[in-house]
Ligand binder design. Structure first.
Ligand code: FAD
Length: 490
């Protein structure tokens, strides 16, 4: 019945004790985002002496301008959609609801405040020394910190750099923070612009498009590639479905287009939109688009200025991302780097930064390659997307015998009860041994549901393993079960 195989031990290290043979160390960590604070917590719990250096508020991009504020906005967008469609739920009353941005900003501030205080309390309870200031690496043994009171020298045995990233400012579309905004600006708006052009149809761009459309803006997404979410780990089927649903919601999507110029006149941004890859050499007249606000969501750059990387001998890529080996050690032995500062060659997600943190701390004495094979992605669009493992395209490119199975979300009773039937679940399995290679879920709560698929892949489960596991009814989790059931049938 159960395959009983385990490809990889799940507990490869103990989070509470240093790995066997590891000595107690003094660790200096620069940056307190999900990478830095998780490294600090893991190291302190393992008995190391930890100094955490942070130049801004504790929590990093994730807590202040990334994951948490966007998902706070998304919760309001979801609530608004429910109210607008209250008739579908047999609720009578006034469905003419609207978002109050000042109140949403107050709610966001409250959520961030609570979580920041929580992190600071955990630092205090774990006896982590928090130094407020900008860190500069001198060597694996020394970090200089510019604080309000002057420069402090922190000595130790190892350094972990976790300084993260910030929005990329495009020279052709520089943020003026009034009309041309980056994601930080968009999350601080105190009113909803009537019209928004979002340049970049990646994760942040698509999430913002869905949120601000629900808030009542006219939204146009401009993406240079020929699909939304042009990320290898996102299966093409999910991009197609999202495109359909975003269009249904009234979002205009321009694929294969780029903004060739932008000017701001009389309070409006005027964008020239051209094909990103013109078919022949004949010049194409750009289409003009006038909008109140432009959100530029085309990428990030590393926070490395003033870090002293050059002087310390730490190698960076041509675009400035810190270079590390498979064990996340930089070109200077004893100095590690984790999280967004490693750039898109690794995985720029909060949970990956935290996983890299735990990995480095657990293997300080004997650096070990970090495993990136099973990393889920959660994309908070409407509908949501959750992906883990290989996409169909990736599995085929790897030369694997692949069998894909699809399940429409409308096949689930719970989805009908919830009134949310848009979406498709896709399973990528090994055609010969039925091992689950990847799962790609688009539908309500897909970002939560993907966790089960991650565990299944991590444990080397087959479609039969899941199909023989009883799932509660009626739940959305039955979707993954049904998918595996379908795949297990001869
Ligand atoms: P950061 O979180 O950027 O933290 C770095 C910290 O280092 C900052 O606090 C900074 O002040 C500090 N620092 C920098 N330089 C110095 C210095 N010299 N001295 C001292 N301190 C310094 N990821 C997800 O997984 N899920 C999501 O839903 C998600 N949504 C996102 C939405 C948006 C709009 C954005 C922008 C990002 C989102 N991300 C999401 C990505 C996620 O925020 C990042 O992957 C994550 O924050 C990276 O963590 P980090 O620890 O590497 O760096």
């Amino acid at each position: 019945m159960f395959s009983g195989k385990r490809v990889r031990p799940l507990a490869s290290y103990n989070l509470r004790k240093p790995a066997r043979g590891n000595e107690m160390k003094k660790l200096t960590i620069i940056g307190s985002g999900p990478g830095g604070h998780m490294a600090a917590f893991a190291a302190a719990r393992a008995g190391h002496s930890v100094t955490l250096v942070e130049s801004a508020a504790v929590g990093g991009t994730c807590l202040h301008t990334g994951c948490i504020p966007t998902k706070t906005f998304k919760s309001s967008a979801d609530a608004l959609e429910k109210i607008r469609h209250m008739g579908n739920y047999a609720i009578t009353g006034n469905a003419d609801a609207a978002i109050s941005m000042p109140e949403l900003l107050a709610r966001k501030k409250n959520v961030i405040g609570l979580l920041t205080t929580g992190l600071e309390k955990t630092c205090a309870s774990l006896k982590i020394t928090l130094v407020r200031g900008r860190g500069r690496v001198i060597s694996a043994r020394e970090v200089a910190v510019s604080t309000q009171e002057g420069t402090v020298l922190v000595e130790g045995d190892n350094v972990i750099i976790a300084t993260g990233s910030r929005p990329l400012n495009l020279p052709s579309l520089p943020a003026d923070h009034r009309h041309i905004l980056n994601s930080d600006d968009a999350l601080a708006l105190d009113r909803v612009p009537a019209s928004i052009a979002i340049v970049g149809g990646g994760v942040i761009g698509c999430e913002m498009a869905c949120i601000f459309r629900s808030f009542g803006a006219q939204v146009t997404v401009i993406e240079g590639q020929d699909r939304l979410l042009p990320i290898p780990s996102v299966d093409g089927e999910m991009s197609k479905l999202l495109l359909r649903e975003m269009k249904k919601a009234g979002i205009r999507v321009e694929l294969g287009k780029t903004v060739s110029s932008a000017t701001v006149e009389q309070g409006m941004a005027k964008l020239a939109v051209s094909p990103s890859r013109p078919k022949d050499d004949a010049p194409v007249e750009p289409a003009m688009l006038d909008v109140e606000s432009v959100f530029v969501t085309v990428g990030r750059v590393p926070n490395t200025e003033g870090l002293g990387l050059d002087e310390a001998g730490i190698t960076v890529s041509p675009r400035g991302w810190i270079q590390v080996d498979d064990c996340l050690q930089t070109s200077v032995p004893g100095v590690f780097a984790i999280g967004d500062v490693l750039g898109p060659e690794k995985i720029m997600l909060a949970h990956m930064a935290s996983a890299e943190a735990e990995h480095v701390v657990a293997h300080l004495d004997a650096p070990t390659p970090c495993d990136y094979s099973v990393v889920p992605s959660a994309i908070f669009t409407t509908p949501e997307i959750g992906c883990v493992g290989l996409s169909e395209e990736q599995a085929l490119a790897a030369g694997l015998p692949v069998r894909c199975t699809l399940l429409q979300v409308r096949e689930l009773g719970k989805a009908h009860a919830m009134g949310e039937i848009a979406g498709v679940f896709k399973l990528v399995a090994h055609a010969e041994n039925n091992t689950i290679l990847g799962a790609h879920l688009c539908g309500p709560h897909a970002t939560d549901l993907i966790a089960e698929a991650g565990l299944a892949i991590r444990m080397g489960a087959s479609v039969e393993d899941v199909a023989h596991t009883i799932h509660a009814h009626p739940t959305l989790a039955e979707g993954f079960y049904e998918l595996c059931h379908k795949a297990a049938r001869p």
